[in-house]
Design a protein around this ligand. Sequence first.
Ligand SMILES: [Zn+2]
Length: 137
Amino acid sequence: MHEWALAESIIMAAVEEAQKEKLKTITQVTVHIGELQQIEKEIFLFALNELSKSQKPPIKKDAFLLKTEKSTLTCKNCGETWKYSDMKKKLNETETESIHFIPEVVFVHMRCPRCGSPDFEITKGRGVVLSSIKGVR
Ligand SMILES: [Zn+2]
């Protein structure tokens, strides 16, 4: 059910931003979702649309635009950075599936392509971020 909590924080941020910019109506809300964020997009979108009702300023119906942000990993040992999508090809379906549900599993299935270290971090493409809003003043 964390989709609802995430949706709520996005709505709150969008409304706060709209109030700051003195918008009368919010017409578009762009949200970036990290590739390594565990989320059910359909539930998330449903939650966004439900929670957007009766907000001030009002949020237009179907205002939400969800975009996937590619994940980048950085090796703590040698500093190499690489994209999750490049490494994904080497994984089988069960592995990618388990990473989708528990992003931490990525550390079990991946190694740094340069030095082979399992000590790396997700530096980009994690979490859900409100990237921009559009509206009418
Ligand atoms: Zn490395």
